[in-house]
Design a protein. Structure first.
Length: 151
């Protein structure tokens, strides 16, 4: 989707507290900023901050070199608020650490509300298996930037 069409991602978007969402966002120009371990951990800290603020409950996530997949249960904020805060804080942390890539994140994000009949564990397994499918590791346990509540 071109930048001129990115507003179409928002069409029909709703935020329902208690609902499960799979969120995906990518770095600007797909730059692999998170190949750097320290930079990746700064972003992970901001994922955890969102949960500490009770904006969401993280069920599973994986931070790839140039994008994030995040399975959440939304609490009393909107998806837009959650993602705006996360991207803002993570960008600030990265810039403070010396990352000169500006902006860090591509505008917008993709969200998919999970249907009740979908297996949440199946979606979580799909998320954490991303490093395997990308050929980054031969065992998901060897990839340092993921988590799931079922561990």
């Amino acid at each position: 989707m071109t930048k001129a069409q990115s507003h179409l991602l928002r069409r029909g978007r709703c935020s329902e507290p208690g609902r499960l969402y799979l969120l995906t966002t990518v770095t600007c120009q797909r730059k692999p900023l998170f190949q750097n371990f320290h930079h990746a951990r700064l972003v992970v800290r901001q994922l955890r901050q969102s949960e500490q603020e009770q904006a969401c409950r993280s069920l599973a996530w994986v931070l790839m070199p140039d994008h994030l997949h995040w399975l959440i249960e939304l609490n009393a904020v909107t998806l837009d608020t959650l993602m705006r805060r996360f991207k803002s804080r993570s960008s600030f942390a990265l810039h403070k650490a010396g990352v000169e890539h500006d902006p860090v994140w591509q505008s917008g994000y993709q969200d998919r509300a999970l249907r009740r009949e979908e297996s949440v564990v199946h979606v979580a397994r799909y998320i954490v298996a991303n490093p395997l499918r990308a050929g980054l590791v031969s065992n998901v346990r060897d990839y340092p930037h993921w988590d799931a509540v079922w561990l």
